[in-house]
Every structure is written in C-alpha cells, then in structure tokens.
Design a protein around this ligand. Sequence first.
Ligand code: ADP
Ligand code: F6P
Length: 330
Amino acid sequence: MNGKRVEMKRIAALTSGGDASGMNAAIRAVVRTGLDRGWEVFGVRQGYAGLIAGDFVSLGVRDVGGVIQRGGTMLGSSRCPEFKNEESREKALDQLRRRAISGLVVIGGNGSQAGSHALWQMGFPVVGVASTIDNDLYGSEITIGVDTALNIALEAIDRLKVTASSHQRAFLVETMGRDCGYLALMAGIAGGAEAVVIPEVETDPEFLASELRLAYDRGKAHAIVVVAEGAKYNAEELARYFKEHRARLGFDLRVTTLGHVQRGGAPGAFDRLLATRLAAAATERLARGEYGVLVGLLDGKIAATPLDEVVANRKTLDPGLLELAGILAK
Ligand code: ADP
Ligand code: F6P
C-alpha cells in the first residue's frame, strides 16, 4: 500500500484467468462507480494478453447495461503465460501509460493476482478483485463465482441421486477447483454426499470402498462421492481402480465430470452482490490512493489485503468441515 498517490482521471479494468459468474457485475460496477467519480473508464479485452497487445475499449454507462445477469465476462479472458516475463509486463505498462491510464482493476484469481502484484512491484497502481470459482485466493473467504458454481454442482448432485437411488448405484461426481478441495467439499456437504475426496487429504480407494459398503449396509439406496479434480485419485482414476477390483469390491462407480459446466451459469444474487460490492470498493481504493491491495470479503465485510500478503500465503481449508461431511453422511 506504499507508493505515491496518483490523481486518477482514467482507469482500466480487465478480467483474467478462468471466467467466474459475476465478473460482468464487477465490470459494470467498476465502470459506473468510476464514471461517477468523474473518471474515464476503459476495459481491456482478453485479460493480460489484451493488456500487452493494447486491446482497450472505452466504456460508458450504457456499454455495461444488460450484463449483470450474464455469466462469463463481456471483456473476455485468457491464460497468458508470457505475462510472467518482465519484458511483457513492460509492454503492458507502456500501453497503459500511452493512454494516460493511471489505475488498473484486475478481476481474477490466484494467478491473475500474482500478475497484478508483479505490476504493482513495477510501480503501477493496481487493485485486485477476488474472483475465481476455486475459492483458493488468500484475502477473501469467498470469491466471485463460487456460489453460482456450487449451485450448479448441487443441481447435478440432486439429479444424480434420483437415478442412483432407482438403481442402487454409486456415482462419482468430479468438480473443478484446480488443487483446492473447496468446491467438492461444500458441494458434498450441501448435496448430502456419502463421501468427499479432496486434494488436501489423501483418500485411499480401499478406504473409500469400505465407506461406501458401510453406507449400503446402513440402508442407503445410493452412494454419491464428490471428488475434486485435483485429488490424488481423481474420478477417472478411482473409477478405473474400482473397475479393476470389481469382483472383490462388489460394485463399480459411474463417473460424471462437471467440468466447465460449473463456470457457465448465470450469476445468482450472492455473486451479483459480492461482485458489485467488491468492484465498487476497488474504485474507492484507487480514489483513496490505496494501491497494491486485493479487495475481498473477510469476516463478512469488504476488506483490503496487501498483494504482498496475498501472493505469500496459501488459503487453507477448514479440516473440521471434512470431519463434518463424514458425520453428516451417516
Ligand atoms: P486465475 O487467475 O484464475 O488463478 P491463472 O492461474 O491461469 O488463473 O492466471 C491467470 C493469468 O495470470 C496467467 O495466464 C498469467 O497471465 C498471469 N499470471 C499467473 N501467474 C503469474 C505470475 N507469477 N506473474 C505474472 N503473471 C502471472
Ligand atoms: O481456475 C478456474 C478453473 O475452472 C479450475 O477450476 C480449472 O482447473 C481450470 O480453471 C480449468 O482451466 P481451463 O478453462 O483453462 O481449462
């Protein structure tokens, strides 16, 4: 949060990394709160790739009309590995300076905020907005897109339970989340799964088999296992293991991989409001000269965490929640 206070006249916003439902609400709020402060606001297309290439668009109040209810990002997003090179970031800064833009809002997850931290270290006023379905970003207890992605996972789990019960079957439902188990764990608890497999805790397939057998012994008509994509044994590997040992284990596991379906939903009320509040807080921080921070939700309140801290820390999952999932599965 150090650095010289700059008078903001023109700012830009971009969305980066995996898209998250609510990003449009965030863009809309940056634009409208920025304009309200008398600034000019620009959008950068395709994340850091557009920043390097100089793909800017001027945004007025009407340009962000009718987007709050739409998933995805109206500005587009990208994975842009070259942004990790200082030379590329110099090009990006040059594009900003050429347009006399003096502040940047970066709406994105872990990687994107590593990028905004790198820009901040090079002296440019940046504020990050916590946005990723993975919920793995230090500095925000919940990030934009998580709630909508969870609701999509729940809809799938509820439907799978219906058919699983009819056939007394066991299903594996794989959620996204990269190397974080949050989505799987929360979907497992809220969906009433019989087991949850996450990267943070190694689950042996034999142990899983015994848990599922016990569930059937307790009179359950189905078994739903929610598996995070980043787990040591992901859904595909678990299914292969159960198939190979079917005779001994007594059943196999059918797989539903939710994948990108979780990212494509229309944002629910929670994500629209979270995105709007965080983005409005981001322009406020720029106005106050509080740069080099990530705005997120902490203890239910909007809070800013220095990007230095954000990149130096890993967000951890509450182990008590996994224990709770196990108890509730009984
Ligand atoms: P997310 O922001 O959703 O976690 P990624 O991890 O793919 O998504 O990161 C998005 C982009 O952020 C990357 O494609 C890259 O352009 C940029 N980025 C990631 N890590 C760094 C880093 N260490 N330094 C600079 N830029 C980075
Ligand atoms: O970070 C969001 C995320 O959806 C992860 O959960 C997932 O591992 C990854 O992005 C998928 O990336 P891509 O859309 O590039 O395939």
